[in-house]
Ligand binder design. Structure first.
Ligand SMILES: Cc1cc2nc3c(=O)[nH]c(=O)nc-3n(C[C@H](O)[C@H](O)[C@H](O)COP(=O)(O)O)c2cc1C
Length: 198
């Protein structure tokens, strides 16, 4: 599949069948996701894979699944056979940039751009595209009670979970109402030479 086709096919799918996902496919997906660029090649992207049903249900509760169901969505979080929690390991960047070929141990960087979030986002995108290449479906949900998620999965301080990606075989689903907004025009999002937006 051409990259443009993979990108065009990707969308958040909020329902999956009960067909299990081949663990080898999950491994391939994660192996691709970790190949994102990273500042200083820190490779601070981390992923927690959850397949155990009880834990998936607890993650679904932390992501307020009942609120989705109340809006007419399927219970897509608790039923998806695989959850991946992508994380940004801030510690990996702080220690990498304290190395001699970067800033050295004594320098302090204020991190105007927290690169761990940049890199985690790049990995999230690769993960979503890899799911398409495998013929599977993925959906991302924010988990607003991130402290609870970190505690549930034993994620230490300094490692930031982004939310949860569900993976499974696609089932008919209800589309997000946000899609009615349509895509912004290219000229609205791109400035040529100098900022041309509001
Ligand atoms: C950072 C981020 C957070 C999102 N959070 C949620 C969410 O909490 N619940 C949800 O149903 N979709 C969530 N989405 C999915 C977006 O609604 C979706 O990507 C957008 O409407 C475009 O649809 P598409 O991805 O299917 O093309 C999120 C997407 C991103 C990138």
């Amino acid at each position: 599949m051409e990259l443009s086709e993979v990108v065009a096919r990707r969308r958040m799918v909020r329902n999956t069948t009960d067909e299990p996902v081949d663990p080898a496919a999950v491994r391939r997906i994660l192996d691709l996701a970790r190949r994102a660029p990273s500042a200083g090649f820190s490779q601070g992207q981390r992923f927690v894979v959850v397949t155990e049903e009880a834990t998936r249900r607890r993650i679904a509760a932390l992501a307020d699944e009942p609120a989705y169901v109340a809006k007419g969505f399927d219970p897509w979080l608790s039923t998806a056979p695989v959850h991946v929690v992508p994380c940004a390991d801030e510690r990996a960047y702080r220690s990498r940039y304290a190395e001699d070929d970067k800033l050295g141990a004594d320098a302090e960087l204020s991190w105007p751009v927290p690169y761990w979030h940049v890199d985690a986002g790049a990995s999230l995108m690769l993960l979503l595209l890899a799911v398409v290449e495998e013929g599977l479906a993925a959906g991302f949900a924010g988990v607003h009670r991130l402290d609870g998620l970190a505690e549930l999965l034993g994620i230490p301080a300094g490692v930031h979970p982004l939310g949860v990606v569900t993976i499974g075989h696609p089932a008919p689903d209800r589309r997000s109402g946000s899609l009615a907004r349509g895509w912004r025009d290219l000229d609205e999002v791109v400035s040529w030479g100098r900022w041309s937006g509001p």
